[in-house]
Ligand binder design. Structure first.
Ligand SMILES: [Zn+2]
Ligand SMILES: [Zn+2]
Ligand SMILES: [Zn+2]
Length: 363
């Protein structure tokens, strides 16, 4: 029980850190580009996996049901923010893109550019902008776009402010125009200012920063990027991300009164340190457990097992399991048996979980 309590305290520290980080971020204006993507799982501020009430495999199944297995952003113009409506389904704040960034870190999602658009360089987090057209001589916004078109049938040239699709008949010969593209030709287009009557080819185009009520020009554009988050291919086909396996097996270990530690570093007899993807020690101190995960489409061979043998021989755990969704080369199985490495092979989380349970239940 003692170790478990320690672990909870550690979680508390991580949580209080993350609230500080959040405070700093919000005072610095929330800017998606500024989000700190943590380098390792242990220093992450928080994660969908920790914060959501759903288990990893349920979350993955929910994302699988989305169009293109993708969590897409929604530009909420009323909030002037990019939101992720999916997050509301799992009880998280829709603006909490950090939780998605952590899912990327955990190897479950991939970040993709969704949209890139120009924003005000003074207010890059204010996303609502509009294009405005001005008269270059008097600066009025009361500018019309005009075009000349020739009705091929009668040869008359007509000036019009209408869009070509709105022109239904020729004002000279009154003939019905059914297909504008075929029946007419546009020899010229220009702008006309309704205030000063000036005609010009190029109107002054500016962008309007709606929230802060000012124009800005396009000479030094600042881009805003929004991102979508797509489920990793390997998860779409049913294979499991190692973080999901670690989290789910951790839960099983807890049921067997073994305290799990993900990505634990331990010192062996030789004095060397070893990193173990999932380590566990029973509450009574009698059992220790190590889990290694292999994913290699071409199959697991001796070299893969040799890499973990050093750790096993230096730390001598009571139970060692190797989890893989890949095939194992026949000779490699013999080596694993020799060193008492229990093989857990399966494509589905349910299979992996039941195999781990069976190993732990064995006397
Ligand atoms: Zn602005
Ligand atoms: Zn004008
Ligand atoms: Zn005509």
């Amino acid at each position: 029980m003692f170790r478990k309590k320690n672990l909870q305290n550690m979680n508390d520290i991580v949580k209080s850190d993350s609230t500080n980080i959040e405070k700093n971020v919000s005072t610095n204006i929330e800017k998606i580009d500024q989000i700190n993507v943590p380098k390792t799982i242990s220093d992450k501020p928080h994660s969908m996996l920790d914060e959501s009430k759903y288990t990893p495999d349920v979350l993955v199944d929910m994302i699988k049901k989305l169009d293109g297995h993708t969590i897409k952003p929604f530009f909420d113009t009323s909030k002037n923010k990019i939101t992720y409506p999916f997050l509301a389904n799992i009880g998280l704040d829709v603006t909490d893109e950090k939780s998605l960034a952590n899912f990327v870190q955990e190897g479950i999602l991939e970040k993709q550019l969704h949209e890139k658009f120009i924003v005000c360089s003074e207010h890059p987090n204010s996303l609502v902008t509009s294009v405005r057209v001005y008269c270059p001589s008097c600066n009025s916004m009361n500018v019309e776009k005009l075009s000349l078109y020739e009705h091929k049938k009668c040869g008359n040239i007509i000036e019009s402010a209408l869009l070509t699709s709105d022109i239904k008949s020729c004002p000279f010969c009154t003939h019905e125009i059914i297909n504008f593209e075929k029946e007419c030709r546009i020899p010229a287009m220009w702008y006309k200012c309704e205030d000063c009557s000036e005609k010009f080819d190029n109107a002054t185009i500016k962008l309007y920063c709606r929230e802060h009520n000012h124009d800005f020009d396009l000479s030094a554009p600042k881009f805003f990027r929004s991102f979508s988050y797509v489920l990793k291919d390997s998860l779409v086909t049913g294979k499991m991300a190692s973080i999901l396996i670690k989290k789910d097996v951790s839960k099983i270990l807890e049921r067997f009164k073994i305290t799990p530690k993900i990505n634990e570093t331990l010192q062996g007899k030789s004095g060397n340190y070893h990193e173990i993807p999932l380590y566990g020690k029973s509450v009574d101190g009698k059992t220790d457990f190590m889990m290694f995960i292999f994913e290699k489409p071409e199959g697991i061979d001796d070299t893969d097992i040799n890499k973990i043998l050093i750790t096993i021989l230096d730390l001598e755990p009571m139970i060692t399991i190797a989890v893989t969704t890949s095939e194992i080369k026949p000779g490699t199985k013999t080596i694993m048996e020799k060193y008492n490495i229990k093989l857990v092979q399966g494509d589905e989380m349910s299979i992996i979980k039941s195999k781990v349970e069976k190993i732990l239940s064995a006397p």
